[in-house]
Write a protein that binds this ligand. Structure first.
Ligand SMILES: Cc1cc2nc3c(=O)[nH]c(=O)nc-3n(C[C@H](O)[C@H](O)[C@H](O)COP(=O)(O)OP(=O)(O)OC[C@H]3O[C@@H](n4cnc5c(N)ncnc54)[C@H](O)[C@@H]3O)c2cc1C
Length: 379
């Protein structure tokens, strides 16, 4: 590392850290920016272990950051993908109901979506669903035409390219170990990290942006915030995926979801199509105590039971364990909804520190609107 001081240090090169780097370097070109990332490449964690769905913004409580940033982020993302040739598809999604309770929850979702500014939903009867998706089972369904899928690797590669072209310095294999305020009134930070060869080093910055995903509560704590007192403590919630065989992949052409879980812990085990024509089921919600990405083959039964209700063509032995991601959740098991935290920490005596905590879904969809919000916090 040759630099000793920069205007901005960003910790974490997931989709959000990269989007933030690209946005600030475009809007405030005079600033020197470094991204410190512990892995050897960008996007090795949550940003490459998700459903790659561009969400419409239907579910989240009105006025929450998740609702606002998702609705705004979706439009920004579609425009960005078109401008920069990022592979994506506005394939649409159906939220299906097969029981009276599920039908009731569809009505609630229609209201929630309208309150969030999602105005393109249609409530479909069984025969209308059949015309769109002849192979699925649904008494009723919500059709969301603006939901889509995206290649998140290409998106991150484009953010990285734009950031590099604007002078952002990437520092891969740089593990941040400690953060020290440079003065009592908190004008700037000294960030301690390990170089790729393991030697210890530091860099000073005026603004420190914590985009450390699953480690963001720990990084906030390094900077002097007590995660317990601040309400920043993360719970890890694994989401496993099972794949279905190629012979079944062309039996649906949209994303098929059941109604979401009550607390929005997850969106229910859904069927996702990928841009390369695969069909997979997931994710479930399993709270875990460490970063560990195995898929329990025994969970296939639960996936099968749940998906069989709306995908009658699947057989139990179709399901193959595929991959897992971990949600950095602010709510623990059984706890109510928590919003994203995007906080400039002057009120805690840490000016210039911006913490992003609990950036679970819809963080991929919202990457550009989150980046805009963070940029507006840099004066
Ligand atoms: C199962 C699952 C499904 C999802 N599906 C969707 C979806 O369909 N649509 C959607 O919009 N969102 C979805 N999400 C959410 C989305 O994936 C996340 O919101 C997004 O990827 C978060 O990006 P990030 O940059 O904050 O985190 P990450 O990608 O985790 O990046 C954080 C980075 O910080 C680095 N880091 C951490 N600590 C340090 C340190 N001390 N020093 C240096 N570097 C450090 C890590 O190495 C990592 O690269 C899903 C998430 C999960 C888990």
């Amino acid at each position: 590392m040759t630099e000793e001081k920069v205007d901005i240090a960003i910790i974490g090169a997931g989709v959000i850290g990269l989007a933030v780097a690209a946005e600030i370097s475009a809007q405030q070109p005079g600033l020197s920016i470094i991204i410190l990332e512990r892995n050897e490449k960008f996007g090795q964690e949550t940003s490459s272990r998700n459903s790659e769905v561009i969400h419409a913004g239907i579910y989240y409580p009105t006025g929450s950051l998740k609702a606002r940033l998702c609705v705004e982020g979706k439009e920004l993302l579609y425009r960005f993908c078109e401008k920069w040739d990022v592979p994506h598809k506005r394939c649409g999604k159906l939220i299906v109901a097969n029981t009276p309770e599920e039908e009731k929850s569809l009505a609630g979702l229609m209201e929630q979506a309208a309150a969030n500014g999602v105005e393109d939903l249609e409530l479909l009867e069984a025969d209308q669903v059949k015309r769109l998706e002849p192979n699925i089972r649904a008494n009723k369904a919500i059709f969301s035409p603006s939901t889509g899928i995206i290649n998140s690797h290409h998106l991150m590669a484009r953010f990285e390219k734009l950031a590099l072209e604007s002078g952002v310095m990437p520092a891969y294999c740089h593990l941040v170990k400690a953060v020290e305020p440079l003065s009592a009134n908190g004008s700037g930070y000294r960030v301690h990290f390990n170089n790729p060869d393991g030697t210890a080093d530091t860099i000073d910055c005026c603004h420190l942006i914590n985009c450390a995903g699953l480690q963001s509560d720990q990084v906030a704590s390094l900077a002097g915030v007590d995660p317990g007192k601040a309400g920043y403590k993360l719970h890890y919630c694994k989401g496993e995926y099972f794949s279905l065989p190629p012979s079944k992949a062309n039996l649906v052409s949209r994303l098929i979801y059941p109604p979401p879980l009550q607390s929005l812990t997850g969106l229910g085990i859904h069927a996702t199509i990928t841009l390369d024509g695969r069909l997979r089921l997931g994710p479930n919600t399993v709270y875990v105590d460490r970063e560990e990405y195995s898929v329990d083959p025994g969970h296939g039964k639960e996936f099968y039971r749940s998906a069989k209700t709306y995908l009658p063509f699947i057989a139990e032995d179709d399901l193959e364990p595929e991959m897992a991601g971990i949600r950095p959740k602010l709510s623990g098991p059984g706890e109510p909804f928590r919003d994203f935290i995007i906080s400039e920490e002057t009120d805690r005596g840490l000016p210039g520190l911006i913490n992003l905590i609990g950036m679970e879904s819809p963080g991929l969809t919202s990457a550009l609107s989150i980046a805009r919000m963070v940029e507006s916090l840099i004066s």
